[in-house]
Design a protein around this ligand. Structure first.
Ligand code: ADP
Ligand code: MG
Length: 697
C-alpha cells in the first residue's frame, strides 16, 4: 500500500470528525492536526492515543496534588473535623494550586486559544474560563483579600476534566478503531513467483501483473485474478458474507480475504490506493467526515449553549453577590459551577460518535456508507426502486435457445459466433451470456472492428467483413432492419430476445434468461412490512419484466425504459411526493442513483468506487437494502437520544449549578460536582453510541 504515502490524512486530536489532507491546525478548535495514516498506509490513531496518554499522564500528576490541596483546605478540615495548620499554609496552597493550574490546565488553554482564534468559542473556552476565574480569584484571596481561596475546588475541577477527557478519548478511540483493523487485514509479505520459484517480498513491492502464490490458510495479499488453482475463500471481512465462496480459475479475489483449503496462483490486478481495501478505507473516512444534517442542529445548539453558560455564570454571580448576598466566595463558586456544567461538550460528541460507529457497523455487514446524509434520509424512504437486471435477478444470462430465420445462411453455431464476436466488446450482462455460450461450445470467436455500443438497445461491429447488429426491437426499428419472419413472432414471452442481423438482414434470435435472486421475494415482503412500496425498473421487454415483477409481488413495473429515461421514472415518483431509494448495479444506473433521495449500489464486489451512490452494498444480496434501512433507523434513534440527553440535562443542571434550588431544597452543585456531571454526560453520550455496535441489523 506504498502509494498511500502521499495520501496521509490528518485529524484533530480533539475531534475525530475533522479530517484533512494537509497538516496544520484544526479549523474548529485550532489544535495541531496529527496524521492518521502512517507510512505503511495503515490507519492509526496515534494522534488520539497520544492525546489520550497526555490526559492520563496529566491526570496522574495532578491527582496527588489535588488530594494535598483538599487536606489543606479549611473547609474540608472543618467538614471532616481535623486540623492541619502551619504558618505558610497559604503560600504552599498557592504553589501547589499554581502547578495544578499550569500542568492540568495547559491542554484546555491550548484548545481554547484555537477556539477563540477560529471565532468559535465552545467547550474548551468555557473550561479554560472557569478554571482561570477560579484560579485568579484564589490568588487574590491569598495575597489581596482576607477571604477563603478556591484552590481545592479548582484542582478537583481540573482533575475531573482530565479524567473525563482521558476516558472519553479512550471510548472514542475504541469506536473508531475499526479502520486500522481493516488495514491490518493485508498481510505484510507475499510469495512472489519468479522463474518457477517463489520468493517472499513485502506486499508493498508487488506490482500489477506480478504472479503470486497463496497457500492454504493464508490471507490473500492483493486484488487479482486466479490463473491457477481453486479454493474456498472467506470474504466475510469485505462483503459481510459469512459463507466461504468457491473460487476457481478466472475468478477475482480480494486482498485481505482468507484463502481456506486450496493453493492459488494469482495475477495481480490492483495495488496501493486502487485496491479494494484502500477504497473501502477511503470511503469510510469520507463518510465519517461527511456530516448528517442533524449535525448543524447540534452545532447550533452548542453555540447557543456556550452563551447560555457564560450568561448563567454572570447571572449567578450577580444574584448571589448583589441580590441575595452570600459573600463573594459563594457567588464566585456558583458562577464557576454554572459555567462548567453548561459546557456543551456532550453536544459536540452526540452526533460524530454515532456516525463513526454507524459506518464501521455498516462496513462489518457489507454495507458501505459513502454519504451520511443519504443514510440519514434512508429511514424515511417509502418507495424503493430496483433495477431488474443484476439487482433483483442474478444478472447472469444463460442462452436458452437460438432460432434461425427461414432464409438464414448460417448455422446456429455460426450465428452465435458472430454475435459473440460483437458482444465481446460489450459490458452488458446479456453480452456476457452470449460470449459464455460460445466459449462453452468451444467456438473460435472472431475479431470485431468498428465496435459501437447502443446503451439500452444493443451493439454493432464489423466481423469477417460483415456488419453485425445485435440488440432489441428498438434498435432494429431505428436501424430500419426488417424483422421479417420474427415480426410479431411469439417467442416464449418470458425470455429476453436478442436479434441478430448480418449486413442488415435479420438472421436469427438468441433467447436468454436470467434467474431471480433467491432473496428477492423476501426482500420485497420485508419492505412491504415496513410500509415501503417497491418498483422495478428495466430496459427489458414488458413480458420478461412482468414475469419477474409479478412473481415478486412488485407494486409498480417500469419496462422498456431507455437508460436516459430511468432517471425520469425516479423523478416521476418523487414528484408524487415519495422519498425514493434507487437500487442499481451502478454501471449504467449512475444518473438514477444520483437522482434518487438515496442511491444504493448493489453487488459492487471488488469495484467499490461506485461514485454516484450514497450507500454501496458489497454483497449481491438485495436483503441488505432492508438492513441499510434498519441501520438508518437505528442510527437516527441514537442520534436523537444523544441530542435530547446532551441538551436536556442542562434544563436541570444549569439551574442547579446556579444555585436555583439552594434556598428551597438546600441543593448546591459545587464546581467539582458540576465537572463530574458534565464529564459523565459526555461519557454517557459516547457509551450510548457504543451500544450501537452491539446492534443486529
Ligand atoms: P437493464 O439494465 O434494465 O437490463 P439495459 O438498459 O441495460 O437494461 O438494456 C435494455 C435492453 O437492451 C436489454 O434487455 C437488451 O434487450 C438490450 N441490450 C442492451 N445492451 C445489449 C447488448 N450488448 N446486446 C444485446 N442486447 C442489448
Ligand atoms: Mg442494468
Amino acid at each position: 500500500m506504498d502509494s498511500m504515502d502521499h495520501q496521509t490524512l490528518y485529524t484533530c486530536p480533539m475531534d475525530p470528525d475533522v479530517i484533512t489532507h494537509q497538516p496544520g491546525t484544526c479549523l474548529k478548535c485550532g489544535m495541531d492536526l496529527v496524521p492518521i495514516t502512517d507510512s505503511n498506509g495503515n490507519h492509526n490513531h496515534s494522534g488520539h492515543s497520544s492525546m489520550e496518554d497526555d490526559f492520563k499522564r496529566r491526570f496522574f500528576i495532578t491527582l496527588p496534588l489535588t488530594i494535598i490541596t483538599m487536606l489543606l483546605s479549611s473547609n474540608i478540615q472543618r467538614w471532616f473535623g481535623f486540623q492541619l495548620n502551619f504558618p505558610d499554609k497559604k503560600i504552599l496552597l498557592f504553589l501547589i494550586g499554581t502547578i495544578i493550574f499550569i500542568i492540568g490546565g495547559t491542554p484546555f488553554f491550548k484548545s481554547s486559544k484555537g477556539e477563540i482564534k477560529s471565532k468559535n468559542p465552545g467547550m474548551m473556552t468555557l473550561v479554560a474560563l472557569s478554571i482561570t476565574v477560579g484560579y485568579f480569584f484564589s490568588v487574590a484571596a491569598t495575597f489581596l483579600f482576607p477571604t477563603e481561596s478556591l484552590y481545592w475546588e479548582i484542582s478537583t475541577l481540573i482533575s475531573v476534566f482530565l479524567l473525563g477527557h482521558w476516558i472519553e478519548m479512550r471510548a472514542v478511540r475504541n469506536a473508531t478503531g475499526a479502520l486500522s483493523e481493516l488495514a491490518k487485514l493485508i498481510p505484510p509479505t507475499a510469495h512472489l513467483i519468479e522463474n518457477d520459484s517463489t520468493i517472499d517480498v513485502q506486499t508493498s513491492q508487488i506490482r500489477i501483473g506480478d504472479r503470486i502464490l497463496v497457500k492454504p490458510g493464508e490471507k490473500i495479499p492483493v486484488d487479482g485474478v486466479i490463473v491457477d488453482g481453486s479454493s474456498f475463500v472467506n470474504e466475510s471481512m469485505i462483503t459481510g458474507e459469512s459463507k466461504p465462496v468457491t473460487k476457481q480459475k478466472a475468478d477475482k479475489v480480494i486482498g485481505g480475504t482468507l484463502n481456506q483449503d486450496g493453493s492459488l496462483t494469482i495475477e495481480v490486478q490492483k495495488t496501493g490506493e486502487y485496491s479494494t481495501i484502500s477504497q473501502i478505507i477511503k470511503i469510510i473516512q469520507e463518510a465519517q467526515s461527511s456530516k448528517p444534517n442533524v449535525q448543524h442542529l447540534a452545532d447550533k445548539a452548542a453555540s447557543i449553549l456556550t452563551f447560555v453558560a457564560i450568561f448563567a455564570g454572570i447571572a449567578s454571580f450577580a444574584y448571589w453577590f448583589f441580590v441575595s448576598p452570600h459573600g463573594v466566595i459563594f457567588a464566585a463558586t456558583l458562577a464557576v459551577s454554572a459555567i462548567v456544567v453548561a459546557c456543551p461538550h456532550a453536544l459536540g460528541l452526540a452526533i460524530p460518535t454515532v456516525t463513526t460507529i454507524t459506518s464501521t457497523l455498516g462496513a462489518k455487514n457489507g454495507i458501505l456508507i459513502k454519504n451520511m446524509k443519504g443514510l440519514e434520509i434512508a429511514r424515511k424512504i417509502n418507495y424503493v426502486v430496483f433495477d431488474k437486471t443484476g439487482t433483483l435477478t442474478k444478472g447472469i444470462f444463460v442462452v436458452q435457445d437460438i432460432i434461425l430465420s427461414r432464409n438464414s445462411n448460417y448455422s446456429k453455431d455460426e450465428l452465435l459466433k458472430l454475435a459473440a464476436a460483437v458482444e465481446t466488446n460489450s459490458q452488458h450482462s446479456i453480452a456476457a451470456g452470449i460470449v459464455n455460450e460460445a466459449k462453452k461450445k468451444n467456438l473460435a470467436i472472431p475479431k470485431v472492428l468498428d465496435f459501437v455500443s447502443f446503451p439500452g438497445k444493443g451493439a454493432k461491429g464489423i466481423v469477417n467483413n460483415k456488419l453485425i447488429t445485435v440488440g432489441n426491437k428498438k434498435l432494429f426499428e431505428e436501424k430500419k432492419i426488417e424483422m421479417g419472419y420474427f415480426e410479431g413472432a411469439n417467442t416464449d414471452n418470458v425470455s429476453t430476445p436478442v436479434y441478430i442481423a448480418v449486413d442488415k438482414q435479420i438472421s436469427g434470435i438468441i433467447l436468454l434468461s436470467d434467474e431471480v435472486r433467491k432473496e428477492a421475494k423476501q426482500t420485497i415482503h420485508k419492505l412491504h412490512d415496513l410500509g415501503i412500496k417497491v418498483a422495478m425498473l428495466t430496459g427489458d421487454i414488458k413480458t420478461a419484466a412482468e414475469k419477474v415483477g409479478n412473481s415478486l409481488d412488485i407494486d409498480t413495473i417500469f419496462s422498456q425504459v431507455l437508460p436516459e429515461d430511468k432517471m425520469n421514472k425516479i423523478k416521476q415518483l418523487q414528484n408524487e411526493g415519495n422519498i425514493v431509494a434507487m437500487v442499481g448495479d451502478g454501471v449504467n444506473d449512475a444518473p438514477s442513483l444520483t437522482q434518487a433521495h438515496v442511491g444504493i449500489a448493489i453487488g459492487a464486489g471488488t469495484d467499490v468506487a461506485v461514485e454516484s451512490a450514497d450507500i454501496v452494498l458489497m454483497k449481491n444480496n438485495p436483503l441488505d437494502v432492508v438492513k441499510a434501512i434498519s441501520l438508518s433507523r437505528k442510527t437516527n434513534i441514537k442520534m436523537t437520544q444523544n441530542l435530547i440527553w446532551a441538551t436536556g440535562y442542562n434544563f436541570f443542571a444549569i439551574p442547579a449549578a446556579a444555585g436555583a434550588f439552594y434556598q428551597l431544597f438546600g441543593i448546591l452543585l459545587r464546581p467539582e460536582w458540576s465537572a463530574l456531571l458534565m464529564s459523565s454526560s459526555s461519557i454517557i453520550v459516547v457509551l450510548n453510541a457504543l451500544l450501537l455496535k452491539k446492534e443486529k441489523l
